[in-house]
Design a protein around this ligand. Structure first.
Ligand code: PLP
Length: 515
């Protein structure tokens, strides 16, 4: 990165060139943000369009001048921008948001520029200690009990003091996997037979629970549900704790060992809130020797808990062993940033720690420091706490509360506009910023056709799901039928009342044209 001496064949970018081009790149990004309103939300790209427009091999010759860089930026404008889905666009309502902010992007840039690896405390003390502190801040801000914090009194050196603590994982999927292996470690340390272990989640739990089971050897493939029980949900699509209790009893009666359960705070299909307190009670009842590990997956919706009026989502979390949510979904921090807390760091570390000689150092041996490599799957780790710190410093808790409340209010606005349309049915309770709806008494194909028509306008991007059809009140057991429903997740920083009204008007218009 230093200025090259004459004759050096390596065409590094000098700090001065980086300064110039970096400013241009920041301008490019700011211009992109300002153009989001005009861009189609999803591109009309056909498979192969981008691949075929690129040369078959990497360039042989270096192209390091400012003019070369301008050509590269031209290619970004020609090839990349028209062929991306604009996730930050005001009309992006698909999946869950992956929203970003200026402070987070600058934090990401700084992390890249510093280029440190934070796998051990020793390899970058600030990378570890800043992360420990901001995870405590964020945990407090969403109402997690102090048993999940690294610093019991929020000022002491953390490591030897408490049993809990937080860490940034890459994704909620990884959080589930590390929770599952910690759960297995707890069960095995109590003498459980590995072949008898059984896990539990609702039928509405995210697919990452099944994937974690496949990776950990609990499920042979995605169709193998013998050791991961999918528990039926109630009429609101939340896990039914009575069904869980009955399943746990039946499993224990035949000699199986319940060891792990996932409660979802904000299911992917409909943001249903599983009753964490009742699930914890069901797991603790009749537990022999040890209580199964309860992981709470709040990937999207738990961001709302930064507002006191949504903290009831986490009722009972004090009985859970781990909890996570993704500021990279709905709290203005760029992907990737999953915040994961546990009350039982010792078991987590026992499950994940391997110490070859080349990682040994005196700080680790002193027992006074956290080595986050022992809390995660990879060894290496980026300085992700910077972007979270920047967002917390820039917005403050009050700014983040205002942000969440605005989206919830916009979703409520859409909900009431749709509720007034006689041909539209709201298909799930709205718990925060997701509105689920369908055309009344119309087949799945019509729901999908409506979605395609809306998305083809270029103004919106909606995605769909399938929700269980509630069983008739007098029938025994749950229904296995599902119906397609459309989802509107309000989560772009740029969405306004006018965008919501435009969407509602388009739904009214296009639903009359679906045959
Ligand atoms: N859990 C829930 C409830 C989700 O909705 C999602 C994604 O939408 C995930 C987990 C997976 O998130 P990630 O991409 O961080 O693994």
């Amino acid at each position: 990165m230093t200025q090259q001496p004459p004759g050096n064949p390596v065409p590094h970018m000098s700090p001065d060139q980086f300064r110039r081009l970096g400013r241009e790149m920041v301008d490019f990004i700011a211009d992109y943000w300002q153009s989001l309103e005009q861009l189609p939300v999803a591109p009309a790209t056909r498979p192969g369009d981008v691949f075929n427009a690129l040369p078959g091999a990497a360039p042989e010759a270096a192209a390091p001048t400012d003019e070369d860089w301008n050509r590269l930026l031209g290619d970004v404008g020609r090839l990349v921008i028209p062929n991306i889905t604009n996730w930050q666009a005001p009309g992006f309502y698909g999946f869950f948001p992956a929203n970003i902010s200026g402070p987070a992007v600058l934090g990401e840039l700084l992390a890249a520029g510093l280029g440190v690896q934070g796998m051990l405390w020793r390899t970058s003390p600030a990378c570890t200690e800043l992360e420990t502190r901001v995870l405590d801040w964020l945990g407090q801000a969403i109402g997690l009990p102090s048993s999940f914090m690294s610093a019991a009194n929020h000022s002491a050196i953390p490591a030897p003091v408490t049993q809990g603590g937080g860490v940034i994982q890459s994704t909620a999927s990884e959080a589930t996997l590390v929770a599952l292996v910690a759960a297995r470690r707890r069960a095995l340390s109590h003498g459980a037979d590995p072949a008898s272990l059984v896990a539990y989640a609702s039928t509405q739990a995210h697919s990452s629970v099944l994937k974690a089971s496949m990776i950990a050897g609990l499920a042979r493939d995605a169709s193998d549900h013998t050791r991961l029980r999918f528990i039926a949900t109630d009429r609101d699509h939340a896990l039914d704790p009575d069904v869980l209790t009955a399943t746990l009893r039946a499993d224990r009666a035949v000699g199986l060992t319940p060891f792990f359960a996932v409660a979802t705070v904000g299911t992917t299909s409909s943001t249903a809130i599983d009753p964490v307190d009742r699930i914890a009670a069901a797991l603790a009842a009749d537990a022999a020797g040890f209580t199964p590990w309860l992981h709470v997956d709040g990937a999207h919706a738990a961001a709302a808990c930064i507002c006191p009026e949504f903290r009831h989502f986490l009722n009972g979390v004090e009985h859970a062993d781990s909890f996570c949510f993704n500021p990279h979904k709905w709290l203005l921090v760029n992907f990737d940033c999953d915040c994961f807390w546990t009350r039982d760091r010792a078991t987590l570390i026992e499950a994940l720690s391997v110490t070859p000689e080349y990682l040994r150092n005196t700080a680790t041996d002193s027992g006074q420091v956290i080595d986050y490599r022992d809390w995660q799957i990879p060894l290496g780790r980026r300085f992700r706490a910077l972007k979270l710190w920047f967002v917390l410093r820039h917005y403050g808790i009050q700014g983040l509360q205002a942000y969440i409340r605005r989206h919830v209010a916009l979703a409520a606005r859409l909900e009431s506009l749709l509720a007034a349309m006689p041909h539209i049915e709201l298909t799930a309770p709205r718990t925060c910023n997701l509105v689920c709806f369908a055309l009344k008494a119309r087949p799945d194909a019509d729901q999908l056709a409506l979605m395609e028509r809306l998305n083809a306008t270029g103004r919106f991007y909606l995605t769909h799901t399938a929700l269980p059809v509630p069983a008739a009140p007098d029938s025994a057991g749950g229904s296995s039928r599902t119906r397609v429903t459309l989802r509107v997740a309000v989560g772009s920083p740029h969405t306004t009342e006018a965008h919501i009204d435009e969407l509602a008007a388009a739904i009214a218009h296009h639903s009359n044209h679906v045959t």
